[in-house]
Design a protein around this ligand. Structure first.
Ligand code: IVH
Length: 692
């Protein structure tokens, strides 16, 4: 989890490593419970150093080792697992929906200002209401995410809720627990009995870019900006997916508390920090409104350098007493104001609209723009997302448009400023612009796709993806060569790539013997890529790199995946019914099967088969109890995993199987009560090794 660790020196690092190990073993000599607690507080300390102080002192590996040790101890002693353990971030099955939470104190909004004059008027109102008292401000970044309320009881995170309408929000506790920057347990000496922390959950720009790239790869709709991506990720019913979204958090205020934390807002933030809650480091105090304005203007220039998006600044009267004198209007407090940065926009004209054909046949309109400078780059093209968007905004060739960078990243047309009255409206293609084949809107009614299985444009996109860096990674086989190979009918399916010879390749335009040899070498070198890359390269609808990894891990070999029944696929965590259906459809196609046969015959040998993995337990949640003869707790957990199953420490109605050894106790009773299938250790062995 830790990205890069700061370490003062190598000596110090090795001292720490030895120190850590020894500490773990010495401190823990007492008993297992103490060992577990010591490990947990060690991990919490490092979480705090990383997320709150931004000054980690151990490497990722050392951190992972601590975490693995704790996980192992907890697996061996499931009765000692507590909800606030750092290992307990991701819970079980997806939920049906969110329940409502009524906020103990309303979550107010903030009034906005857009220029220095409006900030000065705010200050005049404050000065007037405070009748000559001295006051000062805290100036914070306005993080562009979504507001969240975190409730800690005796230092343990017990509830997380969205702002909703300010009075009632959604209970998103399960998803929030996956956000590593949010402590499950507070640390420090003065932990209040009740503490409601408020802050912003956000998605760092890099994670946003990565997520959208993955979504593009798997043909999913892109998120327009990091805020939407963060909100979408918190509203997922499956917290395992939220866990992968890399959300982050900054605390910026306090709601209900059993005792006041401090007299000023600034000190409150420091106290939150001491309790292990991340507070934005760019928080400043200001004595006058002119200082506030300077800070705001400064950040308007510097904001692009941050690795998260901010849409303005928040200015707060520092003293809590003065805050209560100022009060609120019901909608927003009078002691707080935001300064919103002007959205960076540019005006340009649409010169033409291209329709691109993606690897799944999806048609995407793209506007070619008169080049214009926006937030430091020259923008020439803007994705129009889909045809509904063109219709909604009435975009057409010749229109003068306003563009903005969504999340300062993706250029986007936000509105048409002036229409070209002589221009014809944009027509949604009724046939594929590349092959002339039939097109159809998909079930959700947003994507239009080319239905022609032999569309060359679609196939070139598939090939580009197949040879891409994250898939088969074939060096020296760029788009221009691929286009020639397809246009000349030399490559008609993936397997044809592996049938290329020097004579054919050298005969291509602008291809010397040397380049041809390099190209063939690149192809040869790709034959033994790991199985997951091969699965990803096939371009199965909805299956991106991450899903391919899961499939490779569960099935271990291509034939096992190809034979997997729909129910088996659906039962895998993180593989939903839509993906399972796409996978089955892909491998049911005779054409696809024939191409795979040809690939294998041409010497492609995806590396995954070495790890002989079974599929006997795919999708099964299994609880092990009692004393076993042939396994340790760890080795049976590994055997379950190797056969596609998942271990759980407690029996519930959702448990599929209980393996009961000697002297099994309450878990066996519970299994019988819930009617869960119970098998012996020998039956378990027979299940995973049916041939003995
Ligand atoms: S204070 C009553 N501080 O901005 C004041 N809000 O537009 C409560 N926001 O709903 C909020 N950064 O989601 C505060 N440093 C910050 C903030 C911040 C982002 C969000 C918050 C709020 C919205 C209002």
């Amino acid at each position: 989890m830790l990205n890069s660790a700061y370490c003062p020196s190598n000596d110090f690092r090795s001292f720490l490593q030895i120190g850590l190990q020894e500490r773990i073993f010495f401190v823990m000599a007492e008993d297992i419970k103490q060992q577990i607690e010591a490990l947990r507080s060690e991990i919490r300390k490092h979480d705090r150093l990383y997320y709150v102080e931004a000054a980690p002192v151990i490497s990722d590996q050392d951190y992972d080792a601590l975490f693995a040790k704790l996980k192992q101890l907890e697996a061996d002693h499931p009765e000692l697992v507590t909800d606030d353990s750092p290992t307990q971030r991701v819970a079980g099955a997806p939920i049906e929906g969110f329940t409502n939470v009524t906020h103990a104190l309303p979550m107010l909004s903030i009034d906005n200002t857009y220029n220095a004059a409006e900030l000065r008027s705010f200050d005049e109102r404050v000065a007037k209401a405070l009748q000559g008292r001295e006051y000062s401000y805290v100036v914070e970044l306005k993080i562009d995410g979504l507001a969240i309320s975190l409730r800690y009881q005796d230092g343990k995170l017990i509830q997380a809720a969205t702002r909703g309408d300010g009075t009632t929000g959604d209970d998103v506790t399960t998803n929030i627990r996956t956000v590593k920057a949010i402590p499950l347990a507070l640390t420090g000496t003065k932990i209040p009995q009740v503490l409601e922390v408020r802050g912003e959950v956000y998605m760092p720009k890099q994670s946003f870019a990565r997520l959208n790239a993955q979504r593009e790869e798997s043909g999913d709709a892109l998120f327009a900006n990091p805020r939407n991506a963060a909100a979408g990720s918190l509203k997922l019913l499956d917290s395992k997916i939220t866990a992968q979204r890399n959300l982050a958090f900054f605390a910026y205020s306090v709601g209900q508390t059993s005792q006041p934390l401090a007299e000023t807002h600034y000190e409150t933030l420091q106290t939150l920090k001491h309790l292990s809650l991340p507070v934005n480091p760019n928080t400043a105090t200001a004595e006058t409104i002119e200082q506030v304005i300077d800070i705001c203007m400064d950040w308007a220039d510097k904001k692009t350098a941050l690795d998260y998006q901010i849409d303005g600044m928040v200015i707060k009267v520092d003293s809590h007493h003065q805050q209560s004198l100022l009060g609120s209007t019901g909608r927003a407090p009078r002691w707080c104001i935001s300064y919103k940065f002007p959205a960076e926009q540019a005006e340009t004209t649409v010169e033409s609209i291209d329709v691109q054909v993606g690897k799944t046949g999806k048609l995407t309109p793209v506007a070619n723009l008169k080049p214009v400078k926006l937030s430091g780059t020259i923008v020439k093209r803007a994705s129009l997302h889909n045809f509904d968007e063109i219709e909604r905004l009435e975009i057409h060739v010749g229109a003068t448009v306003i563009i903005e960078k969504a999340g300062e990243i993706i250029p986007q047309v936000v509105k048409v400023k002036q229409k070209d009255i002589f221009a014809a409206p944009f027509e949604i293609p009724t046939q594929c612009p590349a092959c002339g084949g039939h097109v159809k809107k998909d079930e959700e009614g947003i994507c239009v796709r080319c239905l022609n299985p032999n569309c060359k444009a679609k196939f070139i996109e598939k090939l580009k993806y197949f040879v891409g860096r994250n898939q088969m990674d074939i060096e020296n086989l760029g788009p221009a060569v691929l286009e020639q190979l397809v246009e000349k009918d030399i490559v008609k399916n993936f397997a044809d790539i592996y049938k290329l010879d020097l004579f054919t390749v050298s005969s291509l335009d602008r291809m010397g013997t040397r380049s041809a040899e390099n190209l063939l070498e690149g192809i040869e070198a790709s034959k033994n890529r790991p199985l997951w890359r091969f699965i990803a390269a096939l371009g199965i609808n909805n299956v991106g790199g991450q899903s391919a990894e899961i499939l490779a891990d569960v099935f271990g070999s291509l034939p096992a995946l190809m034979d997997a029944a729909l129910e088996q696929l659906e039962a895998i965590d993180q593989i939903g019914p839509v993906m399972a259906k796409s996978i089955r459809e892909y491998f049911d196609s005779d054409d696809n099967k024939s191409v795979i046969d040809q690939l294998l015959a041409a010497g492609v040998d995806p590396q995954g088969e070495v790890k002989e993995k079974g599929t006997a337990l795919v999708g099964k949640t299994i609880v092990v109890t009692g004393t076993l003869e042939n396994f340790t707790r760890q080795s049976i957990a590994q055997a379950i995993k190797d056969n596609g199953g998942k271990t759980s420490s407690s029996v519930s109605k959702k448990t599929d199987l209980v393996v009961a050894g000697q002297n099994a106790g309450s878990k066996l009773e519970k299994a019988n009560k819930f009617g869960v299938v119970v098998i012996t250790e020998q039956q378990f062995i027979d299940t995973i090794h049916p041939s003995g």
